[in-house]
Write a protein that binds this ligand. Structure first.
Ligand SMILES: Cc1ncc(COP(=O)(O)O)c(C=O)c1O
Length: 368
């Protein structure tokens, strides 16, 4: 049905984000009782118990508006990461911070450089601001090509995204590669380093982006989230570190109470839950090894992951395999929207969950 109201022209080229299928939807559609979701890089251990307790306590104050400045949470982040308070922002998920920075820094026809296989929300907000996407191809090993990104910088460039480690490939950019990009970046171009999966990385070559923020680099904004290692994806809480000028600009455009009171309380408590973080990271490391071992045995190529998911090459029938897994009650993520149509992205679960996925996958592949 047509509607005479015309959305603004930025929406003309915008392709909506397609999240992983929800468990209940798959249960309904396929008539299943027991569905396993390995499609949205959620934490298979659930949420930090300390965060859950804090939310239960905070619920009794639900009639009051939250602190719009998230003062206590930002103080907790300041002391946890040793970053000055005025260089810290929080949002309703890191996603909200990507929206805020897009609103704060983009105008019509500005250019934003991003890998063609990176987190999809960057593109959506670029279109929404009627700015232009400049896409770079992947480098060998399914890695982001930061030299190619630097080559694309011109007078109209306002933002370069470095998703590190990158979603959906799971690959990491090294400190040397990021430094090389930053050396070529004029100060008027904002480098957004999205570290949603930072806690899962155990490479000595991972850049120390927080040191750049402490050193007052004017044009680096680091994004992190409580969705992954703290298991709080449903609570929606992300945070960012950057120059006070960047943080202030983002604060001007955000919704008045963008981080709710339960999320603020949960975030403060989660930062104290080092044991949960350790457990999550260890389980993830073991699960990654379990998947690698099976993929090697099955002769499936995959990208070396520094995250809680693995990008694996299935072949031209990848979508059929995704559908076959759905029918067996396992949700994984197809990669057509990321120009990786022969691949699927599989979130790492508990060892039992991984075993179920692998057994179903092997069954489907062996039948051709
Ligand atoms: C690279 C990357 N950035 C940002 C986000 C958004 O995180 P949040 O749940 O905090 O909005 C995700 C979520 O999957 C992600 O993969």
């Amino acid at each position: 049905m047509t509607n005479p109201l015309r959305p603004q022209r930025g929406l003309d080229e915008l392709r909506p984000y397609i999240p992983g299928k929800p468990i209940d939807e798959v249960k309904r559609e396929y008539g299943l009782d027991d569905v396993l979701k390995l499609a949205s890089n959620e934490n298979p251990l659930g949420a930090s118990p300390k965060a859950v307790q804090a939310m239960i306590s905070a619920a009794s104050s639900a009639s009051l508006y939250p602190d719009g400045q998230s003062y206590d949470l930002r103080q907790a982040l300041a002391s946890h990461f040793d970053i000055p308070f005025d260089r810290i922002t929080v949002g309703n998920g890191a996603d909200d911070l990507i929206l805020q920075l897009s609103m704060a820094f983009l105008e019509d026809d500005d250019e934003v450089v991003v890998s063609r296989s990176s987190f999809g929300m960057y593109d959506i907000y670029v279109h929404a601001m009627r700015a232009k996407l400049v896409k770079t191809p992947l480098a060998p090993g399914y890695r982001i090509d930061l030299d190619a990104a630097a080559d694309e910088i011109n007078d109209r460039t306002r933002i370069v995204y470095v998703c590190n480690p990158n979603n959906p490939t799971g690959t990491m950019s090294t400190a040397e590669e990021v430094d090389r990009l930053l050396d070529r970046l004029p100060d008027r171009v904002l480098c957004v380093i999205d570290e949603a999966y930072a806690e899962m990385v155990d490479s000595a070559e991972y850049p120390d982006s927080l040191a750049m923020v402490r050193a007052s680099r004017p044009n680096v904004l680091v994004l992190r989230t409580f969705s992954k290692v703290y298991g709080m994806a449903g609570i929606r809480l992300g945070y960012g570190f950057g120059h006070p000028g960047v943080i202030e600009a983002m604060a001007k455009v955000r919704a008045a109470f963008t981080v709710n009171a339960l999320a603020q309380a949960a975030g403060i408590a989660a930062l104290e839950d080092a044991a949960f973080v350790r457990q999550s990271v260890e389980m993830n490391r073991a699960g990654r090894a379990q998947l690698y071992e099976a993929f090697d045995r099955l002769g499936l190529e995959y990208a070396e992951s520094h995250t809680n998911f693995v990008l694996v090459k299935i072949g031209p029938n990848a979508l059929d395999v995704v559908e076959g897994l759905l029918r067996r009650g396992v949700i994984v993520r197809p990669m057509t929207a990321y120009e990786l149509s022969e691949f699927v992205r599989i979130s790492i679960g508990t060892s039992e969950q991984n075993a179920r996925l692998l057994s179903e996958l092997e069954g489907i592949l062996s039948r051709g």
